[in-house]
Design a protein around this ligand. Structure first.
Ligand code: FAD
Length: 296
């Protein structure tokens, strides 16, 4: 199918983009990588009368470090996030997850801001932003504001973003010294959206957990960050028995979707398996746990 007719705008400044949004209101949509919006327009699920292209705004793209925070512009492509030396050094969980999004061609076009604004519950970047406690920097007619990712993501394809606002950047906390991480994802075919995904960061003091963060995607309307489950294991020995107990606790704490083709029970088992793998990776070398293969 082809999209419904629309007027195309290519602003050269962020102010011009915001003015166009304010002028056209709900009749307008911004387009970034177009990897989600273009298919939705082609299927006529979205029919904006005005399309505001953000691709002539290089100031919205790029990776910088600001006073211990990793700041990534909304127009930064998934591929750049996956391969950036800075991201890999200070926020390796994010780089690892970005490398698993779709196919190479999609990662070349898709953007961080687009993925967050689209808010697919199975998407990698909303899961990582929530798990790490990233903050979304939003600009609009009244200036700018920052919202924690977990508050920004409200429901399936529903966010805190107003129609006249644009995501400018996302601020990720830099990983703690000696922080370990793992991201595990399962999809039916290579490049498909995840059926489920798990993200873990941990710091070990000797052989015990001194910090632990757990995120689960693809099982509910928004990514789940299981701080209560994680808190219950602080101070525990990071051994194989604890790995099994954490994975069981995570599987017990979620209420996955029950769909005709993928049952809730299957998704719960899948999360348990992915969480076990992720925990085995973050505890590799501790208390006799052998490392498992890392994602490339
Ligand atoms: C075949 C295929 C497979 C895919 N597989 C995966 C996958 O495995 N995992 C995954 O996470 N994603 C996947 N995607 C989606 C991909 O990651 C998209 O890039 C992403 O969902 C949207 O980013 P985009 O830049 O393309 O946004 P667009 O499609 O341009 O826009 C999406 C939405 O975000 C809004 N928007 C965009 N930028 C901004 C901004 N700066 N401020 C405010 N609103 C904004 C738009 O108005 C629109 O509503 C896949 C896509 C395809 C086509």
């Amino acid at each position: 199918m082809k999209p419904a007719a629309f007027s195309y705008h290519r602003p050269r400044t962020l102010d011009d983009a915001l003015s166009l949004l304010a002028l056209h209101g709900l009749d307008a949509k911004v387009i970034a990588g177009g990897q989600s919006l273009a298919p939705m327009m082609n299927m006529r699920f979205a029919q904006p009368a005005h399309l505001i292209d953000l691709n002539a705004l290089p100031q919205l793209a790029g990776v910088t470090l600001e006073a211990g925070t990793l700041v990534i512009g909304a127009m930064t492509r998934h591929h750049e996030i996956a391969t950036s030396i800075i991201v890999r050094a200070v926020c390796p969980l994010l780089a690892e997850a970005a490398a698993t999004i779709g196919h190479y061609a999609i990662r070349q076009r898709g953007t961080l801001g687009g993925s967050l604004a689209h808010a697919d519950p199975a998407a990698q970047l909303p899961l990582i932003a929530s798990t790490l406690g990233a903050r979304i920097e939003i600009v609009g007619p009244d200036g700018s504001r920052e919202v924690p990712a977990a508050q920004f993501l409200i429901a399936v394809m529903t966010t805190d973003l107003a129609s006249e606002e644009i995501i400018r950047a996302v601020r990720f906390p830099v990983a703690a010294p000696l922080e370990r991480h793992a991201f595990e994802v399962f999809s039916r075919r290579h490049g498909d959206f995840a059926i489920a995904a798990c993200a873990v960061t941990a710091v070990l003091a000797g052989d015990t957990f001194s910090s632990l963060r757990i995120g689960v995607g693809g099982v509910a309307d928004v990514p789940l960050v299981l701080d209560d489950v994680a808190a219950g294991f602080l101070g525990e020995t990071a051994d194989a028995r604890t790995v099994v107990r954490i994975a069981n606790a995570v599987a017990g704490a979620i209420e996955p979707y029950d769909q005709a083709e993928i049952s809730a029970a299957y998704r719960r088992d899948l999360v348990k398996a992915l969480m076990t793998r992720a925990l085995q990776r973050v505890t590799a070398g501790i208390a006799g746990i052998a490392g498992t293969e890392q994602h490339g």
